[in-house]
Design a protein around this ligand. Sequence first.
Ligand code: AMP
Length: 282
Amino acid sequence: MNIINDPLALQRTCLNWRSEGLVVGLVPTMGYFHAGHLSLMDYARSRADRLVVSLFVNPTQFGPNEDLSRYPRDPERDAALAREHGVDLLFTPEPGVMYAPDHATWVEVPTLARGLCAASRPVHFRGVATVVSKLFLLTLPGFAVFGEKDFQQLALIRRMVRDLNFPLEVVGRPIVREADGLALSSRNVNLTPEERRAAPAIRQGLLAAADWVRGGVRTSGELTTRLRAFYAERLPMSRLDYAEIVDPDSMEPLAEIPGRALLAVALHMSRARLIDNILLGD
Ligand code: AMP
């Protein structure tokens, strides 16, 4: 496995691969790998001639009061895991080489960056869309793989790729969970032991909501009222950031649950903000 931190060296390597007709698979990450990241790598490995993983805690997607400084990092362990999972090239740039001091160009997808995570993280998706665009142009992948845990991010990247004609396929992969149902996240290490014990209730609330829908609940208002009560009882140490029902492609809020709908939640714990989601209906 080759570890590169220079963007132009990465681009040169990937241009060569592409000109040889090799298909590059790209998995963008912020590191501190867990089984969710590794599942994306394994999928990409099975399809790609060359597998590129980026490990970059992108400062532009963090707001001023967010957890950039305490985002967990372990580059050596990450490199060992990447090697074990067949990664050909690990890209580990420093922020200074990704963003010149006078960096001035941003990619925005405003209609998909309105509700849900964008409401409390106003600059987040501009940072995501911009860094993912840069990674696409640096690696020229045939396909890029993202997790459905970050469902709004996935929908936004799909739209960006369609709108800007990036020549690649965006692949979404299912959420990998702990045995107790908690969605894996690098941020789970920031939970207190008490929060960690209670955290599976996030998923249990989503499963209960799916049951309520099967039992005939049809309005988003009733569903979210029930879910708020569920979390207030089961996760009293948390603060609900949002529980919203949206169209899974457009991220537009849905008042009713006619067919396919996405229920997405975010909760603040003392030192971590956790997200999860479930598809409802058909
Ligand atoms: P991150 O390092 O948190 O930016 O995540 C990198 C990629 O891994 C993103 O596409 C995430 O959606 C994906 N990912 C994070 N957690 C999980 C998970 N539990 N299951 C599947 N994919 C995940």
